[in-house]
Design a binder for this molecule. Structure first.
Ligand SMILES: Nc1ncnc2c1ncn2[C@@H]1O[C@H](COP(=O)(O)OP(=O)(O)O)[C@@H](O)[C@H]1O
Ligand SMILES: [Mg+2]
Length: 254
C-alpha cells in the first residue's frame, strides 16, 4: 500500500523547471531514496511534500489525504516529519529541550488548563517526557541529553535532528542528506539508525542522499532524478547500473 503518491508534479522557479512532471509513490514501511546530481530537484521535492512550495501542476497524496489542500502545519499533523540538509536545531537549548519541542504538535491543552496546570496537562507532559527519553535511549544520546546543541560535534547534531523529527511520532520521515558531512564511521551508524527506525518503529523513510554506500545499504527502492525528472526507479543495483544514471553522473560529476 502506498503511503505517499506524487502524480505529475511540476514546480518552476521563474524560467527554471526544478521539478518536471514527476510521479512516484512510496510504499508503507519502505526506505525510499532519491539520488541525483546537485541541482536535480531533490530538496525541492521535499519542500513540495512539506508544503513550503505550491506545485505548478500535479497532485500529492499522503495517507489518504490530499496534501495540496493542507498548509505546512497540517502536513506535520498528518504525521510527516523532516530533517534539513543544513541542520536546523535550537543551538542554545539542550538536546532534551530540542526533542521536547518536537512533541509540541501533540499538546492538546488550552491556555487555561495550562495556566492552572491541570492533571491532564501534567499527564500529557509526563508522556512527552517519557517518549523523548525513549528516543534519547534509542539513538544512544544519553551522554548529550543536557548538553547545549551549540557545543556538540556535527555528527551528534545530525542524530539529534533525526531525534527531534522522531519526537513528533511521524508515519513518514523525510531525511535530507542524513550522511552529508559525516565520517565513514558516523555514516555507518546513521545506516543502522535508519534501519532501526524502519524495523523497530515501523516508520516509512524517504531520504535524499549522495552516499551510494548508504543508499544501497538501507534502501528498498531508489529514484534517480536529473533536471527535475525521473531517470530511473528500481532497486539500488538496478538504478546504479542504469545507463541514463551512469551518463547523468559522468556528465555532471557532482
Ligand atoms: N527557492 C529557489 N528559488 C530559485 N531557484 C531554486 C530555489 N530552490 C532551488 N532552486 C533551483 O532549483 C533546482 C533544484 O534545486 P534543489 O532541489 O535544491 O536541488 P538538489 O537538492 O537536488 O541539489 C536548482 O537549479 C536550484 O538552483
Ligand atoms: Mg538538496
Amino acid at each position: 500500500m502506498s503511503i505517499l503518491e506524487l502524480d505529475n508534479v511540476t514546480l518552476k522557479f521563474g524560467g527554471l523547471t526544478a521539478v518536471n512532471k514527476l510521479s512516484f509513490s512510496v510504499e508503507q514501511g519502505e526506505v525510499f531514496a532519491i539520488v541525483g546530481p546537485n541541482g536535480a530537484g531533490k530538496s525541492t521535492v521535499f519542500n513540495l511534500i512539506s508544503r513550503f512550495y505550491d506545485p505548478y501542476e500535479g497532485s500529492i497524496r499522503f495517507d489518504g489525504h490530499d496534501l495540496l489542500k493542507q498548509k505546512a502545519s497540517g502536513v506535520a499533523s498528518f504525521g510527516v516529519a523532516r530533517t534539513f540538509q543544513n541542520i536546523e536545531l535550537f543551538d542554545h537549548a539542550s538536546v532534551l529541550q530540542n526533542l521536547l519541542v518536537g512533541r509540541h504538535r501533540h499538546r492538546q491543552s488550552n491556555f487555561l488548563s495550562e495556566l492552572f496546570f491541570t492533571p491532564s496537562v501534567k499527564r500529557q507532559e509526563m508522556q512527552n517526557r517519557q517518549l523523548v527519553e525513549e528516543i534519547i535511549d534509542f539513538l544512544d544520546l544519553q551522554a548529550y541529553r543536557d548538553k547545549m546543541i551549540a557545543g556538540l560535534p556535527y555528527g551528534v547534531r545530525k542524530v539529534v535532528e533525526v531525534g527531534r523529527a522522531l519526537a513528533t511520532d511521524p508515519k513518514l520521515l523525510l531525511l535530507d542528506e542524513p550522511a552529508s558531512g559525516l565520517s565513514v564511521e558516523e555514516t555507518s551508524d546513521m545506516r543502522w539508525w535508519i534501519d532501526d527506525i524502519r524495523r523497530q518503529m515501523g516508520i516509512t523513510v524517504l531520504m535524499v542522499e549522495h552516499d551510494m554506500g548508504l543508499v544501497s545499504g538501507v534502501s528498498d527502492r531508489v529514484l534517480a532524478l536529473a533536471d527535475g525528472a525521473k531517470l530511473a526507479l528500481g532497486t539500488p543495483s538496478e538504478v546504479q547500473s542504469h545507463p541514463a544514471v551512469i551518463e547523468a553522473y559522468l556528465g555532471k560529476a557532482s
